[in-house]
Ligand binder design. Structure first.
Ligand code: CTP
Ligand code: CA
Ligand code: CA
Length: 526
């Protein structure tokens, strides 16, 4: 069957690293990046790894984190021009530097920007071209400890933990020695598992392909570091979901990969909400309606139950539970949406229409500015703007826009009535009040990806390869499956359940959503 090799690269504490690079004395120190806001709602949006052991988390105020970590260095996000918004251009520029490196490494690799600090790379063609090379030589190279220096195998087996806790009887003479021994043990297990994995590569091309992609990812991360000074982590797997999932297993400055066939083991104890595409409504309703908390539980749920409860999504849910994901890596370096938004938590909630108008106006100006920048940079024009308002429920409406709306004030004139139409009940105000307003411009005209990297090109290439390997019938079936999957994906997206990392929403703070980095509550979905 068709198997792919996908790498997910995610920058470590990205905005914090940008600040550390700006001010090198901050490297190695606990750093928090604070988004200041005139209404008193300052909150951390990035936290360096040095600050994390103190319990400092995204969303905390300056005071809260100073209490936990008195030595923390706080960097402020520059202020934007409009609507009391942060100006995150400097982080976007740093992101562009990273993507320039990611995109320049090998033309056979398909690169998809998934968010400001994250990219999927489809390395299938690249590793397949290398698999055929002299095998013994390749294996010897991979066995060299210098080849995969920061790689970990994630196979869902618990043996790391067992061995970790054994030697505890020896009096903890000093903490330092104990920590050193512990790290040595971790390193020993890491190396042993890698060796076992590479040994399997002698007989199994699927293993070899993953190992080659991991080798590639090591070098790619090294290159990113060399060119930008930034550290990142990576995950390698047979699809996007698994690559993203294992990337988080060892961070920062590390990478992880899964032995083919271990997907179900890796997923067994994974929380549903940590899985790509299940971070939102769909994931929540799995828990609420069926009591499913982990992927293992989802895997064991009879298909009849899933089909009865989630008729449209059941096939996809069952696939994901098996660790299968056919979502393709789109050659896409441009964002699909330009978004601006703001939270109004607690007492900040908007009750009056005048206040709503004020904020919509500010956000619209901010959006217009971004659309204008984007137009110049990418020579494309948004054809649609979505207004998203959260009161006790979230509602969104989209409007067609065009050249007319580029004129000062025109976009607001178009959006304000739309927002008005979302107001419930009688009277002038908003009851229940507004907790979030977001705008997103999308459905761009022009701005197509370059020809040789285009999705079409990729599909054509793969189709030809497959036809040679498997015959026409199998390929036709695959294409039908792919079409059906694409349709379901679009449906999920429409329902607002796709995690939508692509539609990044920057500068919003998640004051009311501190616990996990489940960003999707603030994402705009068409
Ligand atoms: N970000 C944000 N608002 C959010 C989520 C993320 O502004 N609600 C920004 C952060 O400042 C962050 C960047 O987007 O630096 C990337 O986010 P993410 O990858 O989730 O976290 P990192 O800070 O990079 O930390 P990690 O090392 O855990 O990936
Ligand atoms: Ca990150
Ligand atoms: Ca990220």
């Amino acid at each position: 069957q068709m198997s792919r090799v996908i790498v997910l690269v995610d920058m470590d504490c990205f905005y914090a690293q940008v600040e550390q690079r700006d001010k090198p004395s901050l490297w190695g120190k606990p750093v928090g990046v604070l988004q200041y806001s005139a209404n008193g709602q300052s909150g951390l949006i990035a936290v360096s790894y040095e600050a994390r052991p103190f319990g400092v988390k995204r969303g905390m105020t300056a005071n809260q984190c100073k209490e936990l970590c008195p030595d923390i260095e706080i960097c402020l996000v520059p202020q934007g021009e409009y609507a009391d918004k942060a100006d995150i251009q400097k982080y976007r520029d740093a992101s562009a530097e990273v993507f320039a490196v990611l995109g320049s490494i090998d033309s056979r690799i398909i690169l998809e920007k998934a968010s400001v600090d994250e990219a999927f790379l489809d390395c299938t063609a690249y590793v397949e071209s290398r698999v055929t090379k002299v095998r013994e030589e390749t294996i010897q190279r991979l066995l060299d400890p210098a080849c995969l220096p920061t790689s970990f195998i994630v196979d869902g087996k618990e043996d790391e933990k067992d061995e970790d806790e054994t030697e505890d009887e020896e009096e903890t003479v000093d903490e330092e020695a104990r920590l050193k021994r512990k790290n040595e043990r971790i390193e020993m297990i890491r190396k042993r598992k890698i060796e076992e994995f590479i040994e399997k590569c002698r007989f199994d091309d699927e293993f070899l392909k993953i190992a080659l992609a991991a080798e590639f990812a090591e070098r790619l991360r090294e290159k990113v570091r060399e060119k930008t000074q930034f550290y990142c982590s990576a995950g390698v797997g047979n699809n996007k979901t698994m690559a993203k999932l294992v990337c988080a297993a060892h961070k920062p400055r590390k990478q992880s990969f899964i032995p083919p066939g271990s997907e179900v083991d890796v997923l067994r104890n994974t929380k549903v909400s940590s899985v790509r595409g299940l971070g939102g409504k769909l994931g929540r309703s799995l828990t609420e309606r069926l009591g499913i908390n982990t992927m293992g539980e989802l895997y064991r749920t009879p298909s009849s139950v899933l089909t009865a409860t989630f008729p449209d999504n059941a096939p996809w849910l069952m696939q994901i539970a098996r660790g299968e994901d056919y979502d393709k890596v789109d050659s896409r370096v441009l964002q699909r949406n330009l978004g601006v938004g703001k939270n109004f938590p607690g007492t900040m909630a908007i009750y009056t229409n005048m206040n709503a108008k004020f904020w919509l106006n500010g956000l619209t100006k901010e959006l217009r500015k971004r659309m204008a920048d984007d137009k110049i940079k990418h020579r494309r024009l948004a054809q649609k703007v979505v207004v998203h308002v959260t009161t006790d429920v979230s509602t969104s409406k989209s409007v067609k826009v065009g050249a007319t709306e580029e004129k000062e004030g025109r976009l607001f004139e178009k959006l304000w009535p739309v927002m008005q139409s979302m107001r419930k009940g009688p009277g002038e105000g908003w009851k229940p009040p507004i907790f979030n307003i977001s705008l997103s411009a999308g459905r761009f005209l022009e701005g197509l990806p370059s020809k040789e990297n285009s999705i079409i090109g990729w599909v054509e290439r793969r189709t030809k390869q497959l036809e040679e390997m498997e015959g026409k019938d199998a390929v036709e079936k695959l294409n039908r499956d792919a079409a059906a999957e694409e349709k379901r994906r679009l449906e999920r997206e429409e329902m607002g359940e796709e995690e939508g990392e692509g539609e990044e929403m920057e500068g919003i703070f998640m004051v009311d959503n501190l616990d996990d980095d489940d960003d999707d509550d603030c994402l705009i979905v068409e």
